[in-house]
Ligand binder design. Sequence first.
Ligand SMILES: Nc1ncnc2c1ncn2[C@@H]1O[C@H](COP(=O)(O)OP(=O)(O)OP(=O)(O)O)[C@@H](O)[C@H]1O
Ligand SMILES: [Mg+2]
Length: 373
Amino acid sequence: MVFKRSPAITREQVLEALKDVQDPELHRSIVELDMVRDIAIAGGHVGVHAVLTISGCPLKDTIVDSIKSRVASLPGVDRVEVHLGVMNPEERQALIQKLRGGQGPTRPSPFLSGESPTNVIAVASGKGGVGKSTVTVNVAVALSRLGYRVGVIDADVYGFSIPRMLGVSGRPTIIDQMIIPLERDGIRVISIGFMLPGEDEAVVWRGPMLHKALTTFISEVHWGELDYLLMDLPPGTGDVSLSIAQTLPKASMLIVTTPQAAAAKVAQRSAKMAEKVNMAVVGVVENMSYFQPSADGDRIYLFGQGGGRLLAEALGVPLLGEIPIDLALREGGDNGQPLVMARPDSPVAQALVEVARKLAALVPTPAAVSGAR
Ligand SMILES: Nc1ncnc2c1ncn2[C@@H]1O[C@H](COP(=O)(O)OP(=O)(O)OP(=O)(O)O)[C@@H](O)[C@H]1O
Ligand SMILES: [Mg+2]
């Protein structure tokens, strides 16, 4: 009888396999991030010693499972043991530097210096309650479903609603000063709501602190590589909007309005503000355009008609969509199940996907510009 012995497993093979294992929060290979400290091989038995960024890493089980399954898939491996440790402060600093593109901690964020390839789109309105957050969340989901890498900043620090609408809660991991955004279906999210002790806590910050919070969201959050970073603004033309416009030289603005002429007039002020600070307005979305009780019923124009088109014409930008009043859209927001995620084929979700498509065409990613996408 001839025994077929598998060839001995090598350290290189294990390392190669581990290159496929990503840190679930940092989205980079654990090998690339120098998180693999040691590999021990004895026959078919492989031991991996990996170091995590911080000791309470909430996703450590995920990392262990992916190491185990990836290494176990190598021929000849019959047992995998994972031993976890924690990086020392120097290793952590080295990792942060690596994540920041090999630059020292004093280098300004590429967002702030205008060098980032990510398209930042601020979603604004004149009046409150017109549906900015609803549009932000659903367009974010739509862009993500179209294959783009998407992040959302909840810049409405007083009236934040993104955590509830996107159905994300928890505390972001902080590695030294680097904040790791939370995620929902691959969409990276940051909100002041994740930092407060309780959900009903009020934010009592004033201007300078607000500005600081927003710059932190932009410069100290590890967004990784993104195609689009959507920013849900508070209503009006207040300090937050100005602050962002001044901080982010390359952000553009998407304006949401309801169909009343009066609302469109107020929204125009946001556009004026954008113009003053050299921010380009990319388009207008009219929300709550009409209500249609049944598919074959008449449309009821509860809030009048034409405001979105008027505003778009006045600004010389395209009208990207007219979103009707829809019960499921509202419920999706309340339940953290955005309509575009829960019922992507519904006509209202499709109208929002169309907004995302048009937006992506107007503000293309560098890959799209060069024809790679
Ligand atoms: N097209 C729509 N159909 C039905 N309900 C909607 C629609 N758009 C928004 N809503 C609901 O209206 C309310 C206000 O919407 P949303 O919070 O998105 O507005 P906002 O402009 O972000 O408000 P704020 O100015 O307070 O930030 C929410 O309850 C939302 O679910
Ligand atoms: Mg809002």
